[in-house]
Design a protein around this ligand. Structure first.
Ligand SMILES: NC(=O)c1ccc[n+]([C@@H]2O[C@H](COP(=O)([O-])OP(=O)(O)OC[C@H]3O[C@@H](n4cnc5c(N)ncnc54)[C@H](O)[C@@H]3O)[C@@H](O)[C@H]2O)c1
Length: 725
């Protein structure tokens, strides 16, 4: 044994008589995956030193004893490390470079056997060796830019030299995970083999390199020398890429562009100089708010996933499901379930509704085929997972039923009591209602413990969030089964307690309330949309209302006003109400705050509409001119305060779940981390001061809670993680 640590071991073997070969194996104790924490990186340094000091070796194989190769750096350490500042980070990365360079400079050929996922720092380790062989099921990539940083352990240096600047930019700026065939095609790996042949393939490469058949020194030269691009080629590659990537990433995500600049700056330089450029740019990005928030988001996502898997572990099996209602939502739910492999009965009372639901599902599957993601055979197979029906005939064998009929309490009551009589004692019933209390819907049921909410978002196949709503009598078993089904459908479930609007709509409608007040005081809704889009929302509030539909918004608003009359009820007619009364329902009838025309692809395109503008103008009681900052404050404060209330009222259990629900459910700007992180970033005292100022003028929608005031006074925050003062 050459080295034995907690995560890394190095052994040498003569492989039946040849010269000894060292094998460095990553196998982090007590963890399911390999991660490059600071401790593991330190071990890697020791291991490489031990290898370099061993006489007589003729090759090195790097591999992993776990399913994944190395999933990357340990992101949970990031906030703590990044807090230490730029100089520290530059030095930290230079130390890693020294270790990685020592692998690259070993006096014999080296190869990595990539048996599974190799991401970020994990993939950067593989780039230090002369050759890479990859299992056909493995994936590799550099996702760092998705966290607001760039590959800082040589990825920006070695990858462009290996696969060309254009391909490297695509991998790094896109943060993609790349399959074996794609990796082989661009030359990121030298061979792809079935997993069981990986070791033999790696040893074969070393033997060929030692026999002079493969020139490993030429490989090294290529990786450590300037890029082979002349000035004109450089300009073509880098300037074109910058334009394209800037357009795609948008102004709020600087990391992809920075990564291109690093590759460009280092293009004419050797290894050490390039690494210094990379280290500096990494440290700069690591200190930005965007990076802080994106790292926070990753950590929150882990919290949410962990909770989901804990529920799912206790869940009874969900092998066959049913959906009641084949409308917009029911059809989407059936498609999603079938697509991810859970057979589902789709019941409606109307033949043509079922036809419509099936047509929609077929359309979505066909798109997958067109994109090359499905073959026609698998599409046919998946389609058979949806069984349309007009009767309850097969409901006796169903594990879980999602009710998605019209949003009418009487109809829902009727349907739920009816279906309860048709299913087994343990079958879980879940309602997709947006506005009706789950506790109230449970009142007429014989087994209210088997009932909960399962709130999907429209369009179901695209929106990642599912709110799982616990009513007063809902059992843990019902929640667990529903969470488990949502996960099987590829969704992110977040469990919340019952209240008007549940979590997401309860938070969204005060935001619309802020919007109504703004336009009432004379703000141009088109400007409000622009400002909020610039702030980072995928669409502004007026546009969003058009997408949601004015009828839905008016109905939900009434439910919210009844539930929270002090802050959400309004005497005055709002712009939303006025649109509804003028039959301007939004996209569904091609007129709302905007008018809608079909673009060339047949998609709705919004255009200004004088009728809408004068309708809103007629309601305005003032003609105040608002700054961008003021618009943002008036929109964001009610949303943030309602999120705080949901946490205080125990509607949602943790800040992480609240923030992730807003990001996944309504597209809260991810780089801002969520409502509670947004308050933390502003500082609770500054946020409370802003809210109090607005409350004085605009009333209770803007009033901070007593607890929030107390938290601000005590200097507390929602997240205790380090990294920001
Ligand atoms: N559309 C959205 O954006 C959205 C988002 C989240 C939740 N929801 C909720 O989802 C539910 C369905 O909404 P939708 O937009 O799909 O409505 P929809 O009108 O498109 O579809 C409702 C379907 O239910 C069918 N139906 C009526 N009574 C039935 C019965 N007794 N048995 C079986 N089917 C019956 C109707 O024929 C129709 O096909 C509602 O509770 C709604 O609040 C909707």
């Amino acid at each position: 044994m050459i080295y034995q640590g907690n995560a890394i071991s190095v052994a040498s073997d003569t492989n039946n008589g040849g010269e000894p070969i060292a094998t460095l194996t990553f196998d982090l104790k007590d963890e399911s995956v390999n991660k490059l924490s600071s401790a593991v990186v330190a071990e890697l340094g020791e291991a490489v030193e031990a290898i370099a000091a061993t006489q007589g070796l003729s090759g090195l194989v790097i591999t992993s004893a776990k399913d994944a190769f190395i999933v990357g750096a340990d992101i949970t350490e990031f906030h703590g490390l990044f807090e230490k500042g730029e100089d520290y980070l530059v030095e930290m990365n230079q130390q890693v470079h020294a270790i990685f360079n020592a692998i690259e400079d070993l006096p014999f050929p080296t190869v990595t056997a990539i048996n599974g996922l190799a991401l970020g720092g994990g993939f950067e380790v593989t780039l230090t060796t002369d050759f890479r062989v990859m299992a056909d099921t493995a994936k590799i990539g550099l996702p760092e830019t998705k966290l607001g940083i760039l590959p800082g352990w040589g990825g920006c240096v070695r990858l462009p030299r290996l696969i060309g600047a254009d391909n490297a930019i695509e991998w790094i700026a896109g943060g993609t995970e790349n399959r074996a065939d794609a990796a082989l095609k661009v030359g990121a790996v030298d061979a792809v083999v079935p997993g069981e042949r990986l070791e033999a393939a790696a040893l074969d490469i070393l033997a060929r390199a030692n026999a002079g058949e493969l020139d490993y020194r030429a490989r090294r030269d290529e990786k450590t020398s300037p890029l082979k691009l002349d000035a004109i080629e450089q300009m073509m590659v880098f300037e074109t890429a910058k334009g394209y990537v800037a357009g795609k990433a948008g102004p709020h995500y600087p990391a992809p562009i920075e990564a291109i600049k690093v590759i460009q700056k280092g293009a004419g330089e050797g290894r050490e100089r390039c690494q210094a450029i990379e280290a500096k740019a990494f440290a700069k990005l690591a200190l930005t708010d965007v990076c802080y928030n994106l790292v926070g988001l990753f950590i929150n996502d882990q919290v949410v996933k962990k909770k989901g898997s804990q529920y799912a572990k206790q869940a009874q099996p969900v092998n066959q499901t049913a959906v009641l209602g084949a409308g917009i939502m029911g059809g989407g739910i059936a498609y999603q379930s079938a697509s991810k492999g859970t057979p589902i009965l789709m019941k409606d009372i109307k033949d043509d509704a079922i036809e419509l639901g099936l047509k929609e599902a077929r359309k979505l599957f066909t798109k997958q085929v067109e994109r090359g993601k499905l073959t026609t055979e698998t599409m046919a197979e998946k389609l058979t997972n949806i069984r349309p029906t007009l009767s309850y005939g097969d409901f006796g064998h169903v594990d879980l039923v999602v009710e998605a009929v019209v949003e009418n309490p009487k109809v829902k009551d009727g349907v739920l009591t009816e279906v309860e009589g048709q299913v087994g004692e343990d079958t879980i019933l879940a309602s997709n209602t947006s506005t009706i209390s789950i506790t109230r819907l449970a009142e007429n049921l014989k087994r209210p413990e088997n009932f909960c909410g399962m709130h999907f978002f429209n369009p179901v196949h695209r929106m990642p969030l599912v709110e799982v709503i616990r009513g007063e009598k809902t059992s843990d078993a019902a929640v667990a089964a529903t969470v488990s089904y949502a996960r099987a459908m590829g969704k992110t479930p977040i469990v919340v307690n019952d209240c008007p609007g549940f979590l997401v709509n309860r938070v969204l409608f005060p935001y619309f309330g802020g919007f109504s007040l703004l336009v009432e005081q004379g703000a141009d809704f088109r400007r409000v949309d622009k400002v909020m889009e610039k702030f980072g929302w995928p669409m502004g509030p007026a546009y969003l209302l058009d997408v949601v539909g004015m009828d839905t918004a008016v109905h939900a608003n009434a439910v919210m006003a009844e539930g929270f009359p002090d802050r959400m009820a309004r005497e005055e007619k709002t712009a939303i109400q006025a649109m509804f009364e003028a039959d301007r329902l939004g996209q569904k009838n091609a007129k709302g705050f905007y008018a809608y025309e079909e673009d060339k692809k047949g998609k709705p395109k919004k255009v200004d509409d004088d009728a809408a503008l004068s309708l809103v103008k007629g309601l305005a009681k003032g003609s105040q001119d608002f700054s961008d900052e003021e618009i943002i404050a008036r929109m964001m404060v009610p949303l943030c305060l309602e999120t705080v209330r949901c946490l205080e009222d125990n509607i949602v259990a943790t800040p992480a779940e609240a923030d992730m629900a807003l990001i996944y459910g309504i597209g809260f700007p991810p780089f801002r981390g969520g409502a509670l992180r947004y308050i933390d970033a502003m500082g609770l005292d500054a946020f409370v001061a802003q809210a109090e100022r607005l409350a004085e003028e605009l009333g209770p929608l803007y009033a901070p809670t007593d607890k929030l005031r107390a938290m601000a006074k005590a200097g507390e925050r929602f997240y205790s993680d380090a990294g920001k003062a």
